[in-house]
Write a protein that binds this ligand. Structure first.
Ligand code: ATP
Ligand code: MG
Length: 400
């Protein structure tokens, strides 16, 4: 007898009616991928929960991996036995003896299988009495026990658990479609990506760089950030777009205070075009209202004017401290604060307009044609796939 199963509870998934199968299939896929190195385990999916059958593997590293998978509400290690009162009693006793520093206990039985001969309440007493008569030093405490043993008598078997471990919540990544994340090397955009993933969105990323003003190390920083995000989902494709020519042209053509706004508009146009080419239906940014000049209401209005694409802004109302907290939790912070130059910091004017007028921006741009540079940037992008194992070995899958 042993803790031989992990019960995976779905949480919010359960509310999703007819789409439920899509969600459970996705979750199953994500769990299987995350646990692929655990050769012995088997995963069994049912309508309302999933079972990981351990076949002798240590549950702890598996639980740790599952704790970051979105779509899981809670997890418990469990002993599985037949619906046989004697076997259940023995297992409950085993579970109690396995627990450390426990003096008081409570039994909570739940009978789902109505063919089981003893009702839930009565069975609590039967099991509690058996434990008390077989041991010394334990007492029952129904209000504040050191351990609560849950005995769930289901149709197919009985599961005995003693702890609920909180899962990451949210929805399984991939169940809400895909977004193109504008990923800089900063603190905010990886957090935005993480939060979009929490709602079941799969991430593809776009990064603008401006060699030789920005270095390969700045690019590597972005790959390392993306790698942190793969922890919560599948591999991530990143489109690295050369932005130097466009930035130089903007720098030359556009009045100083407005160059940042125009640059952002170009980023949006290119991002939208690449999303369209990839069949992706939304963009995601790390913008947070009022944080910097490009994120005032006026700036967002002027920048957003170039696209009708839905833009997900998970951080829009969050404070920097809240964002930094998440950044640290997902182990991105240390990477984000590496000091390499970003393309925007290189070309951004010392005092960009905080309240750009949309009609002025449109007017300044109308004197020039940026289409050729936009197309060239898209054509010359390189696409890299970041996987969890080792992002140093990422292949350049598209070097057009
Ligand atoms: P971050 O910390 O994510 O860089 P930020 O607070 O520095 O954000 P900005 O630099 O104004 O804010 O950028 C706003 C958003 O624009 C970023 O969160 C990101 O989504 C996008 N962005 C900025 N620079 C780049 C870049 N070089 N490549 C891709 N996206 C970018
Ligand atoms: Mg930035």
């Amino acid at each position: 007898m042993d803790y031989d199963h992990i019960i995976v509870r779905y949480g919010e998934l359960a509310l999703k009616g007819r789409n439920r199968k899509i969600f459970t299939n996705k979750l199953h896929e994500n769990v299987a991928r995350k646990l692929k190195d655990h050769a012995k385990i088997k995963i069994k999916k049912t309508r309302d929960r999933m079972y990981i059958i351990l076949n002798g593997e240590d549950p702890n590293p598996i639980i740790d991996k599952c704790k970051v998978i979105f779509g899981i509400q809670s997890l418990s290690v469990a002993i599985k036995v037949e619906n046989d009162p004697d076997k259940i009693k023995e297992s409950a006793l085993f579970a109690l003896r396995e627990a450390e520093k426990v003096k008081t206990f409570k039994i909570t039985a739940k009978r789902v299988d109505k063919n089981f001969p003893i009702g839930s309440q009565e069975f609590n007493h039967v099991v509690g009495g058996y434990i008390l008569s077989s041991t010394t030093g334990y007492t029952v405490d129904v209000h504040n026990p050191d351990i609560e043993l849950h005995i769930e008598i289901r149709n197919e078997a009985t599961y005995i658990t003693s702890k609920r471990i909180l899962g990451a919540g949210g929805l399984p990544v991939g169940s809400s479609g895909k977004t193109l994340l504008l990923l800089s090397g900063g603190i905010d955009s990886p957090v935005a990506g993480y939060l979009a993933m929490k709602r079941g969105v799969q991430i593809e990323a776009i990064h603008f760089h401006s060699p030789p003003y920005t270095s390969d190390r700045a690019k590597q920083k972005v790959f390392d950030l993306a790698e942190k995000l793969t922890n919560y989902g599948d591999k991530i494709k990143i489109h690295v777009v050369p932005f130097t020519k466009l930035q130089q042209k903007i720098h030359r053509d556009i009045p100083y205070g407005y160059s940042m706004t125009v640059m952002r508009r170009m980023m949006m146009k290119i991002s939208e075009q690449i999303a369209r080419n990839e069949g992706i239906l939304s963009l995601t940014t790390g913008e947070s209202l009022g944080q910097v000049a490009s994120q005032t209401m006026e700036s967002m209005h002027a920048i957003n004017e170039v696209t009708n694409y839905p833009i997900i802004r998970p951080l829009i109302t969050m404070d920097k401290t809240e964002i930094m907290h998440i950044s640290e939790n997902i182990n991105a912070y240390e990477i984000s604060i590496r000091p390499y130059e970003d393309c925007c910091t290189v070309f951004v004017p010392a005092s960009p307009k905080t309240k750009p007028k949309t009609d002025k921006v449109v007017y300044f741009e109308s004197n020039y044609d940026y289409q050729e540079e936009i197309e060239e940037a898209i054509k010359n992008k390189e696409t890299v796939e970041i996987t969890q194992e080792n992002n140093m070995e990422n292949e350049f899958i598209d070097l057009l």
